[in-house]
Design a protein around this ligand. Structure first.
Ligand code: SF4
Length: 362
């Protein structure tokens, strides 16, 4: 309780802001990679409070936002088969493609169930042996170990009706892609706390070294955030880009070794498609041959082509941090959380949705 009080203390936040003001480095573009940070910035009013020092750019760390149309279309094809039950996190249901959404399919009678964890999907598979249970496996390094654990369990218990549709992505390759895009100017990164709990801080080192962008691994409380921003701005002032970690109560330098080993055992890393960012080298997790019996990809019976976003939707640019959500002409007009046009308005971690819920911030 005391700990939480200190991390939310107004006095501490004000003292750190005073230190930021003394750095005098001008207004810098800082990307928060993770949607949970975007949410925290708004929730605690930090965006407004720090607007004269930081131009906050939301990054690609919302799983629903970066999942491609072709992935959802494959899920729609799988949902057509009466033998299949689709198990998914709720947000994916509402993402529209030109072939409709999973929510539409469910309204037409497809067996699509919302789950809170891959373990729920695995248990549904164990109880419904006559059906094929397909878990829509999206997300980043945070959710992937639990998914890997269900695959390992399915193999050892010989559960042959459990499948996953591989769509997990890795954050550091996406950050490198953003650094290489000459149209995007980022002065530093607030690195995702949950992802870093798994991967540790080392994977960010080449971003600091090669691209000269500071990286600070950060928690989600106001003092965590303002302290991290101070360190980033100090790095900029001193021209010493490096990796720092202010979330040491959760993130260890080497990350979670057991989770990393489990990921290596079940998945291999290969090139993968991201909405807005295209194909990124070595950025996706796919099942090793030894576990290919659980791969739902082989159950997809039709060819699927990538299609563009709905007309007028600029999610691709929002995901890259090229525009702010309110710069999209559909924001708050044809597109709102009740009727999302693009994926960034669907999830609680989507930049458009957060901006909509909390106002423009700045
Ligand atoms: Fe897409 Fe809606 Fe965001 Fe515009 S406001 S980029 S239409 S999700």
């Amino acid at each position: 309780m005391l700990y939480e009080k200190a991390l939310r203390s107004k006095k501490n936040v004000e003292a750190l802001i005073e230190r930021i003001s003394q750095l005098k480095v001008g207004r810098r573009k800082i990307m928060e990679v993770c949607g949970t940070h975007t949410y925290a910035f708004f929730r605690f009013g930090l965006r407004k409070l720090l607007s004269c020092y930081v131009d906050f750019i939301s990054g690609p760390g919302c799983p629903v936002c970066i999942t491609t149309d072709s992935y959802i279309k494959k899920a729609l094809i799988l949902a057509e088969d009466k033998k299949n039950v689709i198990a998914t996190f709720g947000d994916l249901l509402r993402v529209r493609t030109r072939s409709g959404s999973l929510e539409d399919m469910r309204a037409k009678g497809a067996d699509i169930r919302m789950v809170y964890s891959p373990l729920d999907a695995f248990l549904i598979a164990k109880k419904n042996k006559r059906k094929r249970i397909i878990f829509l496996s999206v997300g980043f390094e945070t959710t992937a170990p639990l998914i890997a654990a269900t695959i390992k369990q399915a193999k050892s218990e010989k559960v042959d009706n459990y499948f996953i549709l591989c769509g997990n992505r890795l954050i550091p390759p996406a950050m490198r892609t953003l650094c290489e895009d000459k149209d995007i100017r980022i002065d530093g990164f607030i690195c995702p706390g949950h992802v870093s709990a798994i991967i540790g801080v080392r994977p960010y080192r080449d971003i600091a070294r090669k691209y000269k962008k500071g990286c600070v691994v950060c928690g989600f409380e106001p003092v965590d955030i303002v302290w991290s921003l101070y360190l980033l701005l100090k790095q900029i002032k001193e021209k010493t880009p490096k990796v720092e970690n202010t979330y040491t109560r959760v993130v260890k330098t080497g990350g979670n070794r057991r989770a990393q080993e489990l990921l290596k055992e079940i998945f291999y890393v290969d090139d993968a498609s991201w909405r807005g960012l295209g194909v990124i080298k070595k950025s996706g997790l796919f099942l090793h041959k030894k576990f290919s019996q659980f791969d739902a990809e082989k159950l997809v019976t039709k060819n699927v082509e990538e299609s563009s976003l709905p007309k007028g939707c600029r999610c691709g640019e929002v995901i890259k941090g090229k525009i702010k959500p309110y710069e999209c002409s559909q924001f708050g007009k044809r597109c709102s959380p009740n009727s999302p046009l693009g994926p960034c308005m669907v999830s609680f971690e989507g930049a458009c949705r957060i901006y909509f819920e909390y106002g423009r911030g700045i």
